[in-house]
Design a protein around this ligand. Structure first.
Ligand code: GLT
Ligand code: MN
Ligand code: MN
Length: 390
């Protein structure tokens, strides 16, 4: 049995805003002191994380002078190098300042949209300086409470114009960014544009530089929408668009809880780790979650440790599942193909394949009576997770 000690090769990352979260919520004030970015780098490095991600203003205050900005960034860079940490992803805070109260890229106001693009360019400069290769776009304020306020087709067009502009900026500067759009159905807006992974993928296909744009799905966000997160991630992977991922825990039908990874829905977390590992996903395993408001500073690092340990334990369970002869026997039986029909469907339409499908004949009623053993399969999965198999 492994010690579940995270290694750099596990590529575990945390946002500065995650372990740095002070526990403020709409009903109560902060419960923890500020944890400085430099201390976050140091503590996460000790725990075995690979890197940290940031919004521009997690590091540099929005009104910092250029000299203040440079001093902060230089100190942070020193910490990264002292503790062997990286910044694989960067993003822009386009939601906190009142200027963005009615949206950033989708705002009705061209001045607000232009400022959002300018702020993003400065933040892309910062990310590039720190070595980031993935740039995330979470449009938290891109939406409505009052549908009379926006023509939604125009809002989407405005969003596209900004994305196209920023793609060109990245290309122009030679930053080599991959852009990852992060969907969310609601919160903080009543309704957010591009609410799900599916809508983000459809939007990406309409961008001028769609090849450099993909998604950053978050467990909590698809779960809030009542969707199957594993299926959403699978669709993104299958079309080569999983550029980043936000791992956390969430109960369905609640506010955005951003719980520790695997705190809720252990089976869902297991199939997510299985999907990523089996598919050979080589991107970051980013935890976008918050320590509970009940925690003091020790609890913050318990939280970070827990996210990584749960991932590694589930990864071990995936190996058990994949090596279990009874489980694999059931799964392999599901794709039995004595008539060799799968290659026909894969090869597609031709005269010969048309004839094969046209002439297909079998006892449909009898075949429809077969049991699929899913009761047993799911119980065996549960037993793997409960630790009594393998
Ligand atoms: C914010 C949000 C997250 C996004 C972050 C990136 S910030 O905390 O809740 O889901 O990933 O902007
Ligand atoms: Mn997120
Ligand atoms: Mn969230």
């Amino acid at each position: 049995m492994s010690s579940y000690q995270p290694q750099k090769s596990d590529k575990f990352t945390f946002g500065l805003w995650t372990v740095g979260n002070r526990g403020r919520d709409p009903f109560g004030d902060s419960v923890r002191d500020v944890v400085t970015p430099v201390r976050i780098v140091k503590e996460l490095s000790k725990l075995g994380a690979y890197g940290v991600n940031l919004h521009d203003n997690d590091l540099v205050p929005i009104d910092a002078t250029p000299a203040e900005r440079d001093a902060i960034v230089n100190e942070f860079k020193r910490a990264l190098s002292d503790y062997g940490m990286t910044v694989p992803m960067a993003t822009t805070n386009l939601f906190f300042d009142p200027i963005f109260k009615d949206g950033a890229f989708s705002s009705n106001d061209p001045l607000v949209r232009s400022y959002a693009v300018q702020k993003t360019m400065r933040s892309m400069d910062l990310g590039a300086e720190l070595g980031a290769k993935v740039y995330v776009f979470w449009g938290g304020r891109e939406g409505t409470e009052v549908d009379a306020s926006k023509r939604p087709m125009d809002s989407i067009k405005y969003f596209r114009e900004c994305m196209d502009f920023l793609c060109e900026y990245s290309i122009d500067k030679g930053y080599g960014y991959k852009f990852a759009l992060e969907p969310k159905p609601n919160e903080p807006r009543s309704d957010i544009f591009l609410p799900t992974v599916g809508s983000a993928l459809a939007f990406i296909a309409t961008l001028k530089h769609s090849e450099m744009c993909g998604v950053n799905p978050e467990v909590a966000h698809e779960t809030i929408a009542g969707l199957n997160f594993v299926h959403a991630v699978a669709q993104a992977l299958e079309c080569g668009k999983l550029f980043h991922i936000d791992l956390n825990g969430q109960k369905m039908g609640r506010y955005d809880q951003d719980f520790r990874f695997a705190q809720e829905d252990l089976k869902g977390a297991f199939f997510l780790v299985k999907l990523l590992e089996d598919a050979g996903y080589d991107g970051m395993r980013h935890f976008d979650a918050h320590p509970l408001r009940t925690e003091d500073d020790n609890g913050v690092w318990d939280f970070a440790t827990g996210c990584m340990r749960s991932y590694l334990i589930l990864k071990e369970k995936v190996a058990v599942f994949n090596a279990d002869p009874e489980i694999q026997g059931i799964i392999n039986g599901l794709t039995n193909d004595p008539n060799n029909l799968a290659p026909v469907l894969t090869a597609g339409y031709s005269a010969a394949n048309l004839a094969t499908i046209d002439l297909l004949s079998f006892d449909r009623v009898e075949y429809g009576k077969r049991g699929l053993s899913y009761e047993k399969l799911d119980q065996l999965t549960t037993e793997v997770l409960l630790g009594i198999r393998g």
